[in-house]
Design a binder for this molecule. Structure first.
Ligand SMILES: Cc1ncc(COP(=O)(O)O)c(C=O)c1O
Length: 344
């Protein structure tokens, strides 16, 4: 029995058509700026999110790190949400490699921040305090169950940052899921963010890669920082070709992943031991009401469904390009059987 892998959208594998595009890509040395396929991907990415320029990075983590490094100086303080990826899952790279302190504000369940708390956290000029050059937002918000931050929230928070002379970086790892959920172009969602990163390797179905997008001079500096971090790549057009293929073919289909996640959550809710979110996008987060999380994850695995722990008594399941509506039905049947076995 093939396992139905719902651990993350990062487990998605390139399709035959994407592999063909990769195999026939024109390449050059990208550190010299010579790779025509990378250059095309960067131009396309910048255009899709409404920015002047873009730089290809090996991962979302490095794209966010390059953003923080380029926006700040050592000794600065960045403001962000306490549930965000930069704060929780990037090995404190911004502290270690950029020398900045993170001030984490309480994330609201919709992935946003309380505007009053944000205003209060921004420090005035004072000989004792660090400067606050940067606010980081995340849309969609992974730990908030794939929440798509509405435009009103984006506009309010970026407006506060701007009023205080701060810049905003958007971790838009899944910005095209936000686009599909909100029915607004990614460029509108990121409009008032100075920079935005997004991942090719998640719902877009590529094997690897992220883009950091922003103003031309910022991206020039970010490219230097990428080199310093060891992220300067050579004949990487074979990976960029996957990105171009994905931007052309895999964006509009994300609504299917969202419908599959909604079906998965409503099926799970009927089984009894789990309380899932009502997913806006492709991420289902379910609290375990009865039994032990690790025992459930083991039982799911045994039944042929892969999920991950996502906090105490909480699990996550993510739909993606390799998961069909039939897979969701099959996953729910398998889970239902394991609920029967666990209860017996
Ligand atoms: C919101 C968010 N940002 C950034 C990343 C980092 O991406 P990568 O795994 O490519 O480093 C992830 C990965 O899951 C993510 O969910």
């Amino acid at each position: 029995m093939n396992p139905i892998d719902l651990r993350s959208d990062t487990v998605s594998k390139p399709t035959e058509a994407m592999r063909k595009a990769m195999a026939s890509a024109e390449v050059g040395d990208d550190v010299f700026g010579d790779d025509p396929t990378v250059n095309r991907l960067e131009a396309m990415a910048a255009e899709r999110v409404g920015k002047e320029a873009a730089v290809f990075a090996p991962s979302g983590t490095m794209a966010n790190l390059m953003a923080v490094m380029t926006h700040t100086r050592p000794g600065d303080e960045i403001l962000l949400g306490d549930e965000c990826h930069v704060f929780n899952y990037e090995v404190a790279g911004s502290a270690r490699l950029c020398g900045v302190q993170a001030h984490a504000l309480h994330n609201l369940p919709d992935g946003g921040l309380d505007p009053v708390e944000l205003e209060r956290a921004i420090r005035g000029p004072n000989i004792h305090t660090p400067a606050n050059p940067l606010l980081c937002l995340e849309n969609t918000h992974n730990r908030c169950g794939g929440a798509a931050l509405p435009l009103g929230t984006m506009d309010r928070l970026t407006g506060i940052a701007r009023t205080h002379g701060m810049r905003t970086h958007l971790d838009g790892a899944r910005i095209f899921n936000a686009q599909a959920a909100l029915g607004e172009p990614a460029a509108r969602i990121a409009r008032d963010c100075d920079t935005v990163s997004f991942c090719l390797s998640k719902g877009l179905g590529c094997p690897v890669g992220s883009l950091l997008c922003g103003p031309m001079d910022f991206i020039r500096e970010a490219r230097r920082n990428r080199k310093m971090l060891g992220g300067g790549m050579r004949q990487v057009g074979i990976l960029a070709a996957a990105g171009i293929y994905a931007l052309e073919n895999n964006v509009d289909r994300m609504v299917e992943d969202h419908a599959n996640a909604a079906a998965l959550a409503s099926g799970l809710a009927k089984l009894g031991p789990f309380a899932p979110n009502t997913p806006q996008t492709n991420i289902v987060v379910a609290d375990v009401l009865k039994g032990d999380l690790d025992a459930w994850l083991a039982a799911f695995r045994q039944a042929g469904v892969l999920a991950v722990a996502f906090g105490p008594q909480r699990m996550r399941m993510v739909t993606h390009i390799n998961i069909t509506a039939d897979d969701v039905t099959a996953a729910l049947e398998r889970i239902e059987r394991s609920v029967g076995t666990e209860a017996a």
